[in-house]
Design a protein around this ligand. Structure first.
Ligand SMILES: [Zn+2]
Length: 261
């Protein structure tokens, strides 16, 4: 297989078993060091994304719990250097604190919010007015927002309201979900889709998306360590329906442009 320069736009690096979302940890020889060794071995130059912290409504929590995983991301950045571009969490139950978090990461030179994973953080609604306040601050700071796909109508509403904000949806999904993503690309020229999770194993998905909206809108992401990057690298590198130029955009150039790497 030809080697490509690769930025994995969608990962969840971990510092401990408690924030490692792999389903088969005990079989995978996982550590902070091995993440770098293993992904570099596949040609991945840089990984991006948030450390996952879990918050559930049956246990009290404050924004300190959200900030704690963001701090873990910054600790990992220290350990990894340029190999890791941190993404951070915001939370609609804590608008003021979330906006302060946007300002903190902005001052540090980072512009990636997410991946936001509401179902693991005790919130669910992308069309919540409190979340919109946070997105206004994100837009003002020219942030890139990576979010887990959920709630088709709510995602439509968010995209309609924030056409100037760079939004990167995760997971193409099955056909009907994928077609809704394409509809949102029509709504906003700042709407992108990463390759992670369900979707790109369907033949022709990337080809169709590129035919309709161009290769600029699709970004390589694996959702490591919950998903196996081999499947996603192969789905791009070995897709005989894509040109070399299209593969280079998906693997590297689009993320590089959005995050100004
Ligand atoms: Zn994810």
């Amino acid at each position: 297989m030809k080697e490509y320069r690769i930025i994995d736009f969608h990962t969840h690096p971990f510092t401990a078993t408690s924030n490692n979302i792999c389903h088969h940890i005990e079989h995978c020889d996982m550590s902070i060091e091995n993440t770098k060794r293993d992904l570099r071995g596949m040609g991945v130059e840089t990984i991006c994304g948030s450390v996952i912290g879990r918050l559930y409504g049956d246990k009290p929590y404050t924004f300190d719990d959200v900030r704690a995983v963001n701090d873990e991301a910054l600790r990992l950045r220290e350990a990894y250097g340029d190999f890791y571009y941190p993404g951070f969490h915001v939370h609609p139950k804590f608008v003021k604190e979330s906006i302060a978090e946007i300002e903190r990461f902005h001052a540090l030179g980072f512009r990636l919010i997410g991946e936001l994973v509401p179902y693991l953080q005790d919130w669910s609604d992308y069309s919540d007015s409190a979340f919109f306040e946070i997105l206004e601050a994100a837009e003002a700071h020219k942030m890139v927002v990576s979010f887990h796909s959920m709630g088709e109508d709510e995602m439509d509403e968010m995209v309609k309201r924030f056409k100037n904000l760079t939004l990167v949806a995760a997971h193409p999904g099955e056909k009907s979900a994928f077609l809704r993503h394409l509809k949102r690309m029509e709504t906003s020229e700042n709407y992108y889709l990463d390759t992670s999770g369900t979707g790109v194993f369907r033949h022709g998905v990337l080809r169709r998306g590129i035919d309709e909206f161009g290769a600029e809108r699709f970004i390589y992401g694996s959702d490591y360590p919950v998903c196996n990057p081999a499947g996603f690298i192969g789905a791009v590198a070995l897709d005989f329906l894509l040109s070399e130029e299209e593969k280079e955009k998906i693997f590297y150039k689009n993320a590089q442009r959005l995050l100004k790497l």
